[in-house]
Design a protein around this ligand. Structure first.
Ligand SMILES: [Zn+2]
Length: 303
């Protein structure tokens, strides 16, 4: 079965896992490679928020990408059935599939060390990845964001990587929306409707706030911990081993661009060729997380 077929199964599994609204309705098809706009809250498979999110007017249309000719016109789309809604209601730490599929993700919050190596290696291996960017990174590294967005999905990782415990609900919404705008400015493209919490620190209420802004919470199965650097006791070998040890159907692997306090080599960039080769050698395929938004197994109830 091909990747697309596999993802159709994933979508079905997701629906079983997350979606109570399984009544058949016309499925909306979304060209996930063309756009991935955050959307206002909808009624499909997600509880209504108690307060209206502060969605900017430029995010109001059900299909913002339509203006650029990227998506179906709003009249043709049912905003209650956007595929991302199937991903709402909890954190996603793996793709619920039994097929040998895994997804690669990178976070970027510091500098762009390693980016050129990572992009070249992904290109060489024909491997897709999703990059979760902070708003600060987008504002500070617009050329890097454009380079990433030209080949891969870009998603939201908060504005300045705060501790969740320090945020009010208003603060959290501002973190999400300010980053949404920063990525649009930098990339000239709409970010994917995927949010990853800093430190992978989530609560049900915080996830509901993010969902209300149109973002699914995409966390990870395993982190290579290459970001800890040599000073943090990590090596390329250890980063590769952590990825290999966690290899299983649906694994979402988290790596990082840049380095934190340690100005040493970017271990994840160095480990990436061996990680990709190990994934392929074990019969796994690397899938694009954007495929989670494609080909819904069935529509939403709209109830
Ligand atoms: Zn982070």
């Amino acid at each position: 079965m091909g990747v697309r077929g596999g993802i159709a199964g994933v979508a079905a599994a997701l629906l079983l896992t997350l979606g109570p609204g399984a009544a058949a309705a016309p499925a909306q098809r979304w060209d996930i490679r063309a756009s991935g706009p955050p959307l206002p809250v909808t009624r499909c498979n997600v509880a209504q928020p108690t307060t209206a999110p502060a969605v900017p007017t430029d995010r109001r249309p059900a299909c913002p990408g339509a203006a650029a000719g990227l998506r179906a016109a709003p009249d043709d789309a049912d905003p209650d059935c956007e595929p991302v809604n199937r991903l709402f209601g909890g954190e996603i730490r793996r793709i619920p599939t039994e097929e040998p599929l895994v997804a690669l993700t990178f976070n970027a919050a510091w500098n762009e060390d390693g980016l050129a190596v990572v992009l070249a290696e992904l290109r060489r291996q024909h491997a897709p990845a999703t990059f979760f960017l902070t708003g600060e990174f987008a504002d500070g590294h617009p050329a890097a964001v454009r380079a990433i967005a030209a080949e891969h999905g870009v998603a939201n990782h908060s504005y300045d990587h705060p501790e969740l415990a320090d945020l009010t609900p208003d603060d959290l919404r501002a973190q999400v929306l300010d980053t949404d705008r920063a990525i649009r400015r930098a990339a000239g493209a709409v970010p994917l409707p995927f949010y990853r919490f800093p430190f992978s620190d989530t609560t049900p209420d915080a996830i509901a706030e993010v969902n209300a802004l149109g973002y699914a919470d995409i966390e990870f199965t395993q982190d290579t911990k290459g970001y800890l650097g040599l000073d943090g006791g990590m090596t390329v070998d250890k980063a590769v081993q952590r990825a290999v040890d966690a290899l299983r159907p649906g694994m979402i692997l988290q790596m990082h661009l840049g380095t934190g306090a340690d100005p040493g080599p970017n271990l994840d960039a160095q480990a990436l060729p061996r990680i990709v080769e190990a994934i392929h050698a074990r019969g796994y395929r690397i899938t694009d997380l954007r495929a989670l938004l494609d080909e819904p197994a069935s529509g939403c109830s709209g109830a």
